[in-house]
Design a protein around this ligand. Structure first.
Ligand code: SF4
Length: 331
């Protein structure tokens, strides 16, 4: 099996007590069965506390959040389980976070998740990330439509080329990426691959783009589940920041994370729109992009209901028509 990861992947280290946010805040942590059994049978005060705070939700064991924090979080920012029992005793969720594994059966892609502030520094500071591939003896059968996967892999390379083509401004590169997403969907649907001319694609839509206002988009995001007051405040008072190369890096991270997932349902264009909507939102909310993008990931990427609501709305919500999305990029 081949395992592909960004070259910075293995350099990530959790900064624990120095973290400006924390993965131990606000989220319920899902505890895997092996760890839940260990925790429930642990003797002593730590075991007593774990038995108090573990609960069942929808058939899963979760660590209840108390006063906005994981009850294992200590005042020095360290985890009580890790401090008393060592890292190996952490549940799978905490041991792996923010490392993501995209498992396609016969190949794996690894990625860091943007919702961790330390990972966000790696993700957003890069130009196009250098991917490294290593071979592993473990592996299973491919569990996907090979023809569709080949289209997705080659179109993913092309959209990354467009995003990092610095002959175009950042919003033009993003507009080109959206327009290319439409062509890539057609290829996934069986049309022959064709060269994509970004400049003529952009000039052909110039007369159709519509003025839009970001409030239509922020209102939609306010209608989703909101985790933190900070996110709600940002959505209520957007303050646009300049486009920068960090927005190209943000788009590339999202492409890397979501593009191949279209192999499951053949719906690539809604994912292309999701990626563009995310970049537009982060830019228009303003603030420090590292913090705003990290918060976007925490609020949206970590809530599957929110992700699905955006994927659905990409086709149906009046704020997300192509002419309006392009208007926010090109006008
Ligand atoms: S969010 Fe990242 S840096 Fe912060 S505590 Fe969690 S893993 Fe460590």
């Amino acid at each position: 099996m081949l395992i592909t990861k960004p070259d910075y992947f293995d350099r990530f280290q959790c900064i624990a007590g120095a973290c400006p946010d924390s993965c131990c805040k606000e989220w319920d942590v899902q505890v895997d069965d092996v760890s839940a059994e260990l925790y429930r049978n642990l003797p002593g005060p730590l075991g007593d506390r774990l038995r108090e705070v573990l609960c069942e939700e929808d058939g899963e064991t979760v660590m209840a959040i108390i006063d906005g924090r994981c009850p294992m979080w200590r005042a020095d920012g360290l985890c009580r389980i890790q401090a008393e029992l060592g890292e190996a005793a952490l549940c799978k969720t905490c041991r792996e976070f923010p490392r993501l594994t995209h498992d396609y059966g016969d190949f794996l892609e690894l990625q860091l998740e943007l919702s961790c502030p330390e990972a966000a520094k790696f993700i957003l500071s890069q130009g196009r990330p250098t991917m490294v591939t290593v071979e592993s003896s473990i592996g299973e059968e491919a569990e996907y439509d090979a023809e569709a996967m080949a289209v997705l892999q080659s179109t993913r390379e092309q959209i990354l080329d467009l995003l990092f083509d610095d002959s175009r401004s950042v919003p033009e590169a993003l507009a080109a990426a959206l327009l290319y997403g439409y062509q890539a969907q057609n290829e996934l649907d069986g049309e022959e691959s064709q060269p994509f001319d970004a400049d003529s694609a952009i000039s052909s839509v110039q007369e159709f783009v519509k003025d839009s206002n970001i409030e239509e988009i922020t209102d939609f995001f306010l209608s989703l589940e909101v985790l933190t007051p900070e996110w709600s405040t940002l959505l209520q008072s957007p303050s646009p920041a300049p486009w920068t190369d960090h927005h190209r890096a943000l788009a590339a991270y999202l492409v890397q994370r979501y593009w191949l997932q279209a192999v499951s349902d053949y719906d690539l264009y809604c994912r292309a729109k999701f990626i563009l909507i995310a970049c537009i939102l982060v830019r228009y909310l303003g603030g420090d992009i590292f913090r705003t993008a990290q918060l976007f990931s925490k609020e949206i990427e970590n809530n599957i209901d929110n992700v699905e609501a955006i994927l659905d709305a990409a086709y149906s919500h009046p704020a997300f028509t192509d002419d309006k999305i392009l208007g926010l990029l090109l006008n």
